[in-house]
Design a binder for this molecule. Structure first.
Ligand SMILES: Cc1cc2nc3c(=O)[nH]c(=O)nc-3n(C[C@H](O)[C@H](O)[C@H](O)COP(=O)(O)OP(=O)(O)OC[C@H]3O[C@@H](n4cnc5c(N)ncnc54)[C@H](O)[C@@H]3O)c2cc1C
Length: 222
C-alpha cells in the first residue's frame, strides 16, 4: 500500500522482494484462509435457515474448496500480483535485501540508493513456542495449513488466535480436532506425532506424507 501511494504521489519507488509479491496475506494467510473458511461457514448458515436448509443434502466438497483456494492464490505464483506494481510504475527487484547504509539496500551485488528513504516492511514468520521436541517434530505453521493439498485425517492444534480460523476450517473439512490442555512435549514416532499434555495424557495425529507437517502454532492445545 505504501509503495502504491508513494508512486501515485510521484516518487520513484522500488520494492525488493525475496519470495512472492503480495507477501504472506496473499499466499499463506488471509486469502487462502478465507477461501477455506467461507464454504463451511456458508454451508452452516444455510443449514440454520429452515426452507433453505432442506436444499442442502451433501457435505462440503473438500477437493473443490481446495481447488478454489489454489485458484485464488494463483497456484502459489505471484504473476497476478506483479501488474499491480507495473501499472503504478514501481520497480520490482527480486532477491534478499540487506541494509547498506542509511539509504542503501544491497540485493546480491547490486546496491539501490534511495533519494528519500528506505521502508522496512519485512513482515514476520510464525514463532514456535518453547515446547520440548516441537521444533524437531516439524509442526505445521500457517504456511503448511493454508497450502495443504488435502485435509489430514487427524490433527492436533496448539494455539488459538488467528489460527482459530484455520482450526474451524479444518474441522469443517472433517478433520478430527481434539481438545486438551497445554502441550508439554512433542515427538515424532514413525508416521505419527505424539503430543504430551500437561495432565500427562497424549494425543496423536497424522504426521502425513513427508514433507508435510502437523499443525502446531503457539498456545494451549484446543
Ligand atoms: C492464517 C492467517 C489469516 C490471516 N487473515 C487475515 C485477514 O483476514 N485480514 C488481515 O488483515 N490480516 C490477516 N492476517 C494477517 C496478515 O497476513 C498479516 O498482517 C500481513 O501479511 C502482514 O503484511 P506485511 O506486508 O507486514 O508482511 P508479509 O505479508 O510477511 O510480507 C513481507 C514480505 O517481505 C519479504 N521480505 C522479508 N524480508 C525481506 C528481505 N530482507 N528482502 C526481501 N524481501 C523480504 C517477504 O518475503 C514477504 O513477502 C492473517 C494471518 C494469518 C497467519
Amino acid at each position: 500500500m505504501a509503495a502504491g501511494r508513494l508512486a501515485q504521489a510521484g516518487l520513484d519507488v522500488a520494492i525488493v522482494e525475496a519470495e512472492k509479491v503480495g507477501g504472506e496475506c496473499s499466499f499463506y494467510a488471509c486469502i487462502p484462509a478465507m477461501a477455506m473458511l467461507r464454504p463451511g461457514s456458508l454451508l452452516a448458515e444455510v443449514r440454520r435457515v429452515p426452507g433453505a436448509a432442506e436444499a442442502v443434502t451433501g457435505p462440503l466438497d473438500v477437493p473443490t474448496v481446495l481447488a478454489r483456494r489454489d485458484e485464488l492464490t494463483g497456484h502459489q505464483e505471484d504473476a497476478g500480483q506483479v501488474p499491480w506494481l507495473t501499472e503504478r510504475g514501481i520497480t520490482l527487484v527480486r532477491g534478499w535485501g540487506r541494509l547498506a547504509g542509511e539509504k542503501g539496500v544491497a540485493v546480491g551485488d547490486a546496491i539501490l540508493e534511495a533519494r528519500q528513504a528506505v521502508i522496512l516492511a519485512g513482515g514476520t514468520r510464525a514463532a514456535l513456542p518453547d515446547i520440548d521436541g516441537l521444533a524437531d517434530a516439524r509442526p505445521w505453521t500457517n504456511r503448511e495449513a493454508t497450502t495443504a493439498p488435502a485435509a489430514p485425517k487427524s490433527l492436533v492444534v496448539i494455539g488459538g488466535g488467528v489460527r482459530e480460523q484455520l482450526r474451524a476450517s479444518l474441522a469443517e473439512q472433517g478433520v478430527d480436532i481434539r481438545k486438551g490442555q497445554s502441550a508439554t512435549a512433542v515427538r515424532r514416532q514413525g508416521d505419527s506425532v505424539i503430543v504430551t499434555l500437561s495432565d500427562r495424557s497424549t494425543q496423536s495425529c497424522d504426521s502425513w506424507a513427508k514433507p508435510h507437517r502437523f499443525f502446531c502454532p503457539r498456545g494451549p492445545v484446543l
